[in-house]
Design a protein around this ligand. Structure first.
Ligand SMILES: C[S@@+](CC[C@H](N)C(=O)[O-])C[C@H]1O[C@@H](n2cnc3c(N)ncnc32)[C@H](O)[C@@H]1O
Length: 196
């Protein structure tokens, strides 16, 4: 884990600087949970789950959902929100690049990441990809939202981002089924991948 990335996120949660924390699941997730591309409910893993909105949404729809985030305050909020629903949702404080340190079994049917992967230092991305590979059962769906490559002048405020080609290379154990352009910021995509 990068100490500085961890510290930055801890400070952001402490100060309430969490513009991503919309409190509603994105349409792209709704589509695979209860919409046109609906998957049969199974085990889901929410990587960098923040305050757990998407994890608990999956649990509400019959999924056995687990959320992981390395900011304890975010996980405390996630647990409190889930408790209000009386659903069993597992929230763990941990590093998504070191999932082997956590008490979770591989074999997930759905892996979801909205905004965590692109926050990782570039050097940590292969470890993350290795953990995603290990956690997914063959045929599993991996839904990833990631920023596209940002110009140098924006990198003080935005992560560097990735291109669809880089995603294809990094997650080579997955078939890239779709790279749907997002709107904000420029170059972002919703990637749908399937574990080979
Ligand atoms: C942009 S936020 C998105 C949070 C959540 N997915 C959402 O959409 O509300 C990125 C999240 O990834 C978490 N994160 C970043 N790097 C991480 C790591 N190495 N291990 C675990 N969580 C991490 C941050 O703490 C933060 O909650």
């Amino acid at each position: 884990m990068s100490f500085f990335t961890n510290l930055r996120f801890r400070l952001m949660y402490r100060r309430g600087l969490t513009p991503w924390d919309s409190g509603v699941p994105p349409p792209e997730l709704i589509e695979v949970i209860e919409g046109a591309r609906r998957l049969p409910a199974g085990r889901s893993l929410d990587l960098g789950c923040g305050t757990g909105t998407t994890t608990t949404y999956m649990a509400t729809n019959g999924w056995q959902a687990t959320g992981v985030d390395f900011v304890p305050a975010a996980i405390r909020t996630a647990r409190a929100k889930a408790a209000a629903t009386r659903l069993a949702v597992a929230f763990l404080v941990g590093d998504v690049t070191r999932l082997r340190d956590l008490p979770i079994e591989p074999g997930f049917d759905l892996l979801f990441d909205q905004g965590c992967f692109h926050s990782l230092p570039e050097a940590a991305q292969p470890a993350y990809a290795g953990e995603v590979d290990r956690m997914a059962r063959p045929g599993a769906t991996y839904l990833l939202y990631a920023f596209g490559r940002q110009p140098e002048r924006r990198r003080r405020f935005f992560p560097k981002g990735v291109t669809p080609d880089e995603v294809r290379v990094l997650f080579s154990d997955f078939e890239l089924v779709e790279a749907r352009p997002g709107t904000d910021p420029f170059g972002s995509h919703w990637y749908t991948m399937r574990r080979r």
